[in-house]
Design a binder for this molecule. Structure first.
Ligand code: C2E
Ligand code: MG
Ligand code: MG
Length: 609
C-alpha cells in the first residue's frame, strides 16, 4: 500500500515538474524584451510599460547605479510592492534577501562597463538563482538573467534583470529527490541511497586502506506484532525502531531501511572491529526497553549480522551476503544478539566484552599493580629515574597487557579512576624512594588521551601531589604525539598549566605520529622518547638510523632531552651513545620491576645523585 501511494506521488510530481519546465522556457521571451527595450525605452515609455506589463516574467530595469526605473506588473504581483514603492531605490537594497544582495550587486557591477560592445552582449549574459523578499516578508526563489541596455553610442545606460519564480519548482524537485532516496514510512535512507552510500564507503575504504563495517539487522518478533496487532501497529513499530537506531551511531554513519523489518547500518572508516561491536551492543541495549504501540507494550529484540571490509569481502554483494548470513547465525543462536561473519572476530568481541566487565571491578578488587622500569643517564651510566607501568592480573584472563586493556579503559572512561590510582600509587612509592636518599630520581607516569582532555586533570594532579607530599619537580608526565596534536591550541594551554606546577613533560613513542619537530617547538615540553620500533633496527636499518640521528640532533637544537625506548643490545646502546642520546631505557638495563625489586636495584647501584 505505502509503496503504491509513493509511486503515485512521484508520478504526480514528475508531471508538475514537466509543466513547470515548459513555463520556464518563457525565459526566451527575454531576447524580445531586450530589443524592444533598447529601441523604445526613451521614445515611447507608456507603450513599453504596456508591453512589459503583459509579460509573465519578472522584468526589472535599473539605471547604471542600480536604482529601479522599471518594475513590471509581474514584479508587483509577486512581491506585493507597487512601482512607486521601489522607484529610484537601489534594487539589491530593497528587493533581494540579505544573503544574496552582495552577490547581485557584484553581478550588476560586472555588467556596468562604461562602454559596452554589442558583440559582447550575448557572451556577457549572466544567469543565476537568488531570493527576493516580498512585502509580506516571505521569500521567493527566482531564476534570473541579467543584461545591459546601451545608448546610441554604445555606452551602458540601463541594467536589465528578467526572472522566473522557481520556488515551487524547487520544492517539487526536492520532494522528488527525497522520495527517490528515502523511505517514506521511516524517513530513513532507502535501498537506493543505501547502495549509494555503501559504494562510497567501499571506495573510501579502498582509497585510504581502511576498514568499514556493515551491520544487517532484523527485528525479532516483528511478524508476531504484525499478525496479532495488525499492520498499522507493525508500521508503528518500524517507525519507532527507526527513530531509535540513529541514536546508536555517529552522524557520519548510515542507517537505512531496506524493506520489511530489515535495517542496515554502514560504519565507514572504523579503526577496529571493536567499533562495530560497540555499536551492536548499544543497539541491543536500546532494544531491551519496551516499545509503546498505542496501548500495547511490546518487547522486540534484534538480531544483528556484521561483515567487515576487507576481511569478509571486498565487494558490495559479498559484504551484504555475509552480513545477512551472520544475521541468520545470530537468530539461530537464540536471537537478540550479534554475530560477526568471521569467527575469530566473534571470539575477539566476546573477549573485549568480558574484559570490559572485569575492568569495571578491577580497581575495587585491587587487581592492578605497578612496575617500575629504570631509565639510565648515558653520560654517567646511572639511574636517572623510572617509568611507571601498570599491570593487571585477573583471575579470569590471567595477565592482561596494558596494550590491550588501556584502550578499553579509554573507551569506557574507566581510565580516569585507573589513571588517578596509578599517579597516586606512583607518588606514594616515589616519596618513599626519595626519603630513603634517592632524591634526584625523576618518575615518569603515562597519561592517556582521555585523562589529558579531562576537565579535572589539573585539580586531580594537584590534590594527589598534596596528599602524597611528592615533589612535582621529580615528576614527568608522558603523552603521545597524537594526544597533543589533536587539538594543539588547547593542548598548549593544559601543558602550560602542568609546567607551571613544576612538572616535566615528555612526548612518548615519538616518531609514530605525524608531528614535525618544528611544530613541537610551540609546546612547552622537556623530552622526546624515541619509539622502540626505531631503536629496534637502529643498527641494521639505515632508514631507522637516519631517523633516530635526525630526531636527536633536532631535539638537541630545540633544547629537548632525548630518551631511547626499548634498548635491548649493546650495539644499539653504543650507537645511541655515539649520537649523544641523553637517556636509555630497555631490557638491556632492566625489565620493568615490582617496587621491592626496584628498591633493591636502587640499593645495589649508584644513582645519578
Ligand atoms: P610505553 O609508555 O611506551 O611503555 C613502554 C613499553 O615498552 C612498556 O610496555 C615496557 O614494558 C616496554 N619495554 C620497555 N623496554 C623494552 C624493551 O627493551 N623491549 C621491549 N620489547 N619492550 C620494552 P608495557 O608495560 O606493556 O606498556 C605498554 C604501553 O601501555 C605503554 O607504552 C603505555 O602506552 C601503556 N601504559 C602502561 N602503563 C600505563 C599507565 O599507567 N597509564 C597509561 N595511560 N598507559 C599505560
Ligand atoms: Mg611511556
Ligand atoms: Mg613509549
Amino acid at each position: 500500500m505505502a509503496r503504491d501511494s509513493q509511486e503515485m506521488d512521484k508520478r504526480q510530481m514528475s508531471n508538475e515538474l514537466c509543466k513547470m519546465s515548459q513555463g520556464i522556457s518563457d525565459n526566451k521571451m527575454e531576447e524580445g524584451v531586450m530589443s524592444v527595450l533598447q529601441e523604445k525605452l526613451y521614445d515611447n515609455s507608456s507603450f513599453l510599460a504596456a508591453i512589459l506589463d503583459t509579460v509573465g516574467a519578472l522584468v526589472l530595469v535599473t539605471d547604471r547605479d542600480g536604482c529601479v526605473v522599471r518594475f513590471n506588473r509581474a514584479c508587483e504581483r509577486l512581491t506585493g510592492y507597487v512601482y512607486d514603492d521601489v522607484k529610484g531605490k537601489v534594487a539589491w537594497d530593497i528587493l533581494w534577501s540579505k544573503e544574496d544582495a552582495e552577490a547581485v550587486k557584484e553581478i550588476f557591477s560586472s555588467l556596468s562597463y562604461d562602454k559596452f560592445h554589442t558583440t559582447h552582449l550575448s557572451d556577457n549574459k549572466q544567469a543565476n538563482e537568488s531570493y527576493w523578499v516580498c512585502k509580506s516578508g516571505s521569500q521567493r526563489l527566482i531564476s534570473w538573467s541579467y543584461n545591459v541596455i546601451l545608448d546610441q553610442n554604445g555606452y551602458v545606460s540601463y541594467l536589465l534583470a528578467t526572472g522566473i519564480d522557481v520556488t515551487q519548482h524547487r520544492l517539487v524537485e526536492r520532494r522528488l529527490d527525497y522520495l527517490t532516496h528515502f523511505d517514506s514510512l521511516t524517513d530513513l535512507p532507502n535501498r537506493t541511497l543505501f547502495y549509494d552510500r555503501l559504494s562510497n564507503a567501499l571506495g573510501q575504504a579502498r582509497r585510504y586502506d581502511q576498514m568499514f563495517a556493515l551491520l544487517f539487522l532484523d527485528l525479532d518478533g516483528f511478524k508476531y506484532v504484525n499478525d496479532t496487532l495488525g499492520h498499522d501497529m507493525g508500521d508503528l513499530l518500524l517507525k519507532k525502531a527507526a527513530k531509535k537506531l540513529p541514536l546508536c551511531v555517529r552522524n557520519s554513519d548510515t542507517v537505512a531501511h531496506i524493506g520489511g523489518d530489515e535495517f542496515v547500518i554502514i560504519l565507514p572508516m572504523i579503526n577496529d572491529i571493536r567499533d562495530a561491536a560497540i555499536v551492536a551492543d548499544k543497539i541491543l541495549d536500546v532494544f531491551t526497553k519496551s516499545f509503546q504501540l498505542d496501548n500495547h507494550e511490546c518487547f522486540v529484540g534484534v538480531s544483528i549480522g556484521i561483515s567487515i571490509y576487507p576481511t569478509d569481502g571486498d565487494d558490495i554483494d559479498t559484504l551484504l551476503k555475509n552480513a545477512d548470513i551472520s544475521m541468520y547465525k545470530a537468530k539461530d543462536t537464540g536471537k537478540n544478539n550479534y554475530k560477526f561473519y568471521n569467527s575469530d572476530m566473534n571470539a575477539k568481541a566476546m573477549r573485549r566484552l568480558k574484559l570490559e566487565n572485569n575492568l569495571r571491578r578491577a580497581l575495587q578488587r585491587s587487581e592492578f599493580t605497578l612496575n617500575f622500569q629504570p631509565k639510565y643517564e648515558l653520560s654517567c651510566d646511572t639511574i636517572a629515574g623510572m617509568e611507571t607501568l601498570i599491570r593487571w592480573n585477573t583471575p579470569q584472563h590471567g595477565f592482561v597487557s596494558p596494550v590491550e586493556f588501556i584502550p578499553v579503559a579509554e573507551e569506557t572512561g574507566l581510565i580516569i579512576p585507573i589513571g588517578e590510582w596509578v599517579l597516586r600509587k606512583s607518588c606514594f612509592y616515589g616519596k618513599q624512594w626519595q626519603e630513603s636518599g634517592h632524591k634526584h630520581l625523576i618518575m615518569a607516569v603515562n597519561l592517556s588521551a582521555r585523562q589529558f582532555k579531562s576537565y579535572d586533570l589539573i585539580k586531580s594532579i594537584e590534590s594527589i601531589l598534596e596528599e602524597t607530599g611528592y615533589n612535582p619537580e621529580q615528576l614527568e608526565l608522558e603523552l603521545t604525539e597524537s594526544v597533543v596534536m589533536e587539538d594543539a591550541e588547547s593542548a598548549i594551554k593544559v601543558l602550560r598549566n602542568i609546567k607551571n606546577m613544576g612538572i616535566h613533560i615528555a612526548i612518548d613513542d615519538f616518531g609514530m605520529g605525524y608531528s614535525s619537530l618544528s611544530y613541537l617547538k610551540r609546546f612547552p615540553i622537556d623530552r622526546l622518547k624515541i619509539d622502540r620500533s626505531f631503536v629496534n633496527d637502529i643498527t641494521t636499518d639505515t632508514d631507522d638510523a637516519a631517523i633516530a640521528t635526525a630526531i636527536i640532533a633536532m631535539a638537541h637544537s630545540l633544547k629537548l632531552k632525548v630518551t631511547a625506548e626499548g634498548v635491548e643490545t649493546v650495539e644499539q646502546l653504543e650507537f645511541l651513545r655515539s649520537l649523544n642520546c641523553d637517556e636509555a631505557q630497555g631490557y638491556l638495563f632492566s625489565k620493568p620491576l615490582v617496587p621491592e625489586k626496584f628498591t633493591e636495584l636502587l640499593q645495589n647501584q649508584k644513582t645519578s645523585e
